[in-house]
Write a new protein. Structure first.
Length: 387
């Protein structure tokens, strides 16, 4: 199969070599290993202020350079400027896999005359848009645009085969789409698994969060819960790995200010972004507990990463998390925005060694079923069915 792929993240060229953010790069590379040709339709960028572009793409991938990426609303309303120039290249492919939601995605089918477009849906714009607080007129405009785009996207599904990456999205879109199949998305290769030689807690308890640094990830609640526990456990530390889209780092600054008020800033560590693979895995392997207290999610790949590296997991009951994880078996599940539940879940893992050990073992076994190799094969099987 000659497979095309598009998502709105741009390609960064450094010293003539193309780079993608790690979570996307490993996925695209895995696809390229299993098809006759993979054609990546991508915008281009010259800057990387957040250090996201850390994954060098394989030479197996052919890149069709699109118009430089503009704002979401510009891409949506002026889609012809991006898609018409690549129409010939699109139709040299057998199928175009479009990761969604994304502003250009609903319009690809207008330009695919022989190529078959299929959506890989990994989120719900309308749901996440409605959950954000409205603090300004700009927030209202963003909400209005996201809801408009969601309506256009859903209409386009009526004549499009789609693949979704969670039971929650399957339930949402199966009544709408032409056909709907389910896969799991992950960044874990078989070589990424780490079985701890000692399952007992370490003398220094290290709480870890990895991901984008934003209030919607529940970081202020995590900070408050940590500070309350840190007064009880003198060796407790909080490690945050990730990035902010704003180079001024306003969220990190506010988090540190909150910790300073509790006299705990010296026990908070910000590590910046770490590359997927050995660098990021080392952060998991040196931690004691992984916490994902997000307000809304699909299913964060970081949970699989933590489990694959032998960490007990605390996560909120949002998105597909409760579809995949069982409370007190695979993870401790809590409600979003609940500081007391974050604190109690972390404390349970510290003081209940049998619970901790069971979470580690069950989580590790569950992650074993969700490797990049297995899920890529399953995705390609789904695509073959709709060909």
């Amino acid at each position: 199969m000659r497979l095309g792929f598009y998502y709105h993240y741009a390609v960064l060229f450094k010293e003539g070599k193309p780079y993608l953010p790690g979570f996307l790069g490993v996925f695209v590379d895995a696809l390229a290993e299993r098809v006759e040709e993979l054609v990546l339709f991508a915008h281009s960028t010259q800057s990387d202020p957040s250090g996201l572009y850390d994954y060098p793409l394989s030479s197996r991938i052919r890149i069709v350079n699109m118009h430089p990426r503009h704002s979401a609303w510009y891409r949506h309303f002026f889609h012809a400027r991006f898609l018409k120039p690549i129409q010939y290249e699109l139709n040299q492919c057998d199928m175009i896999l479009l990761r969604a939601p994304s502003p250009l995605v609903p319009f690809f089918k207008r330009y695919c005359k022989t190529a078959k477009p299929v959506y890989l849906v990994v989120g719900d714009y309308a749901l996440s848009a409605r959950e954000k607080k409205i603090n300004s007129w700009r927030d209202r405009l963003v909400l209005a645009f996201n809801l408009h785009h969601d309506r256009v996207f859903r209409r386009s599904m009526r004549s499009t085969d789609i693949v979704v990456n969670s039971p929650a999205l399957f339930r949402t879109y199966v009544p709408i789409a032409k056909s709907c199949q389910q896969v799991r998305t992950t960044t874990l290769r078989e070589s990424d698994f780490f079985l701890r030689g000692d399952d007992s807690p370490r003398s220094t308890q290290s709480i870890l969060f990895t991901g984008r640094i934003t209030p919607e990830k529940g970081l202020f609640e995590l900070m408050q819960g940590f500070c309350e526990l840190a007064h009880l456990y003198p060796d407790l530390e909080l490690h945050i790995v990730g990035w902010e889209t704003d180079s001024r780092q306003p969220v990190q600054t506010k988090l540190l200010q909150a910790a300073e008020k509790e006299n705990m800033a010296h026990r908070i560590f910000f590590h910046g972004k770490k590359a997927i693979g050995p660098e990021l895995n080392a952060m998991y392997q040196n931690a004691s507990i992984y916490v994902m207290p997000s307000y809304h999610e699909g299913f964060p790949r970081t949970i699989w990463e933590a489990m694959a590296n032998g960490l007990p997991v605390v996560a909120t009951r949002v998105g597909a998390i409760p579809d995949y994880l069982t409370h007190e078996k695979d993870a401790l599940l809590i409600d979003p925005r609940k500081v007391d539940q974050i604190r109690e879940a972390i404390q349970r893992i510290i003081i209940e060694p049998e619970l901790r050990l069971n979470l580690i073992r069950n989580g590790y076994a569950l992650a074993r079923e969700n490797t990049l190799e297995k899920q890529t094969d399953h995705l390609l099987h789904c695509l073959q069915k709709v060909m």
